[in-house]
Design a protein around this ligand. Sequence first.
Ligand SMILES: Cc1ncc(COP(=O)(O)O)c(C=O)c1O
Length: 484
Amino acid sequence: MKKRIEELEKEAKKLEPGLKERVNMTAKVMHYGQSFLEDLENKKAFVETDDKAAKILEHPLSEEPSDLKDILKLIENEVDTSGLNPASGRHLGYIPGGGIYPSALADFMAAVSNRYAGVFFSSPGAVRIENMCIRWMCDLIGYPESSGGNLSSGGSIANLTGLVAARDHSGIASKDFEKAVIYTTQQVHHCVIKAIRFAGLGDATIRTIEMDRRYRMKPELLNEQIEQDKKEGKQPLIIFASAGTTDLGAVDPLKEIAGIAEKQLIWLHVDAAYGGFFLLTEQGKNKMNGIEKADSVTIDPHKGLFLPYGSGALLVKDVQKLYDSQHMTANYLQDTLSATEELSPADLSPELSKHFRGLRMWLPLKLFGVSPFRAALNEKLELTNYFYSEVQKIEGIEVGPEPELSVMFFRYLPSDKNTGANEFNKKLVNALHKDGRVFLSSTNIDDTVYLRLAVLSFRTHLEDIDLTLELLKEKIADLEGNLP
Ligand SMILES: Cc1ncc(COP(=O)(O)O)c(C=O)c1O
């Protein structure tokens, strides 16, 4: 038996490379990472390939080991050269992700030590760091001491967890879920609709309240609808307001909506996944006045704090409500109950074993201080305003509402009136994608195709916006020339 164990140990120990090998591996990976960053300027924001990285399938996982050099080559050729390049400052579509470098180092450290950040007992230091990040964000919102929350994988899970907290706090019985009413607008992020289904509320009524010309919820109509629903014996459950919609960065009138929520005794959740960190700027603070009155808020560090993907947050004004919704224990965890100085992430979310994701947020904030983050966010606001005014100088361009934050939409009206504008703008975005030097996405608002510009990468600067304007002119001219 011992012999068998020794044989197994010999093979298993390959999982623990020695110092020399570790240093060697790390050097190769570091070299790859540094080359990637150094070459970023020359890389496209979007690359369309014919086989869509299918060659990776020719290298299946197997019993056999592979050489790290070959593996890195595969990643370079098949992963890091096709599709969207979110690390590029010319990624101006969807909501650009971040990827500040110290977060990668923090992820490395978190993975090496593999501190278990789910329960205070297991890693008091790690949990304190996560809770410090939560406290910092609660202060940013303007929440009281009673607030708290959880670092999630992203905005979708934060919105879901917030909804479940609201549902549980309301005390609604599952047999009455079909009587529940959820209030939002047609511009709410679609993850909220998914969350409603996940929360078992698929039979509830979703009221999409009419919006004003700038795509913001009309509070007076919200109030009327709630009154009407109450009269009809329905159970108003939650209002989902947005602080920065994905399509155009619209901020609902939070102060008025919060007043209604308070009067009508309905939970108010604000999805500030995209817009939330603009609270670091004066413009953002003014736009989001009233957010501090919301019962819960979603805010995504992997958006406005420029962290790599995998960092969202749910903040709840009275954290006890989140705790009541999520806390559960098990016999095998009884030893952990002795440490109670801090709330544990596992008591505030559906996750138990989790990545120590607080380190990738805390480390860059400690290292740089808050000031460069604020400057970068102000820069994004200014760049969007700059684009908004410059793009209108291109003949034939029609813009949407003035940007509230750093997202806006526009379209081109072709000179030949017989050419459909929707068709033309689809071709325009496709031409930009084919070129790939900048990436813009398109959207559909009221059956009209628009191009969207979303400025949120910490790497987007004036020259990237100027290049975007140049490329737009170039592609429009090409397409105009190609008209039948
Ligand atoms: C306003 C808003 N809410 C929620 C989400 C979903 O967040 P995540 O992709 O982090 O799950 C997004 C994503 O773009 C968003 O823009």
